[in-house]
Ligand binder design. Sequence first.
Ligand code: ZN
Length: 477
Amino acid sequence: MKRLIALGAFAALASTTAGAATITIVNQDAAGEGFNDPTPVAALPSNPFTTRGAQRLHVFQTAANQWGALLQSSIEIRVQAAFNPLTCSGTSATLGSAGALTVHADFPNAPVAGVWYCPALANSLANSDLGAGTNDINSQFNSDIDLGTCLTGTTGWYYSTAASDATPAGYIPLLPVVFHELAHGLGFQTFTSSSTGAFFSGTPAIWDTFLADATTGTTWINMADNATRQASAISDPNLIWKGPNVTAEQGNFLLGAPILRITAPAAILGDKTAQAAAFGTYAPAGGLPGEIVAAADGAGASTLDGCEALTNAAQISGKIALMVRGNCNFTVKVKNAQNAGAIAAVIDNNAASGLPGMGGSDPTVTIPSLGISQADGNAIRAQLALPTTVNGTLTYLPTLAGTQVSGGTRYVRMNAPNPVQPGSSVSHWTVDTFPNLLMEPALNTSIFDDVDLTIPLFKDIGWNLATPDVLFGDGFE
Ligand SMILES: [Zn+2]
């Protein structure tokens, strides 16, 4: 199962779709650095260039072309871009930042009067260049990532432009970061202060006509004063997006939190909290049932960890493989289960608290997998030892993760941590959605070229699509 709106699939449409936007990079870097860095590098399967700067430009232009293929505009969108040293430590780093360079209100054809629009959208709607000769978006990306001095264990950026050209361990893919930052510049932001609640130059943003408090239902534009908006910005989980397109399409992109539902034996029935893997696929929305069988590999530090080829493939084939955490990467375990014919894998924790992280990347893994607690794993193993057949279903809680009800309608939540995090609060989705979304505040390794709910949000704020709408909202497959 994968989500649609994989931007990579749209590259071929760019030249055939009438009305698609042209997004032009305005390289801000000096000779010999950033996008002009002459350092020789090896060509990648999806990036044929052989200098670091040229590979960076190719990733950027790929993302720009693919956004351009999705959005309708007759006016060129000009994006300033540079690689610069940004915030960076061993434990956290700013990967990139971007935003609109100007704001526009009450232009010809403005759908809503008295609110700010970003220039790319305002130009598109006005069908003229409102700021002729000026650039529309400013963006920068963290050059220190390639020094290997940020984020302990990180070697550098990976300049792939195709999901099949998988990011190796220790690298950060640039492409999803460019998609994310360009989306901010294309309108995924408010101009109102998340710290003070004050409108920019006294005028609200189109964003504020959809941003709302779930308890009162009031949108930011209609709140009584700055203090009310300031409080709303830190009101997690009550900051919601009331746009009609996002609200209508949320169920096509979101699921409930993943669970392992034990359906037999009676002694251990019930929904077990689970962590879905960042790699492989997700179980279908209707669930994936199967018999749970403990994997055996007959070698290594543990014969139950699935770190070597499974020796009980005859028992595992067609079943859900149970493997204990530890001794190798999650991707190795799940791949071994897949090679043995398993339809899914469940990894039980080797520590008393929490769930296995289930991180990693391996595009050859095609089965879904979940991490469960040590206690739940022990309970399953105790039944298997009797021996008793254990059946389970990889499925989801009924409530869409990262949503909140307001006035009887369910809405997607926005990021509203307390205390406020300028640059992260309000102009991103909540971090609680499942699956993860492109426009969450932190990069999720499960996302490479999906733009998911960003498109319905762009429709809410006024964008017209260049790509026929029938391609969207088809949901999970
Ligand atoms: Zn962001």
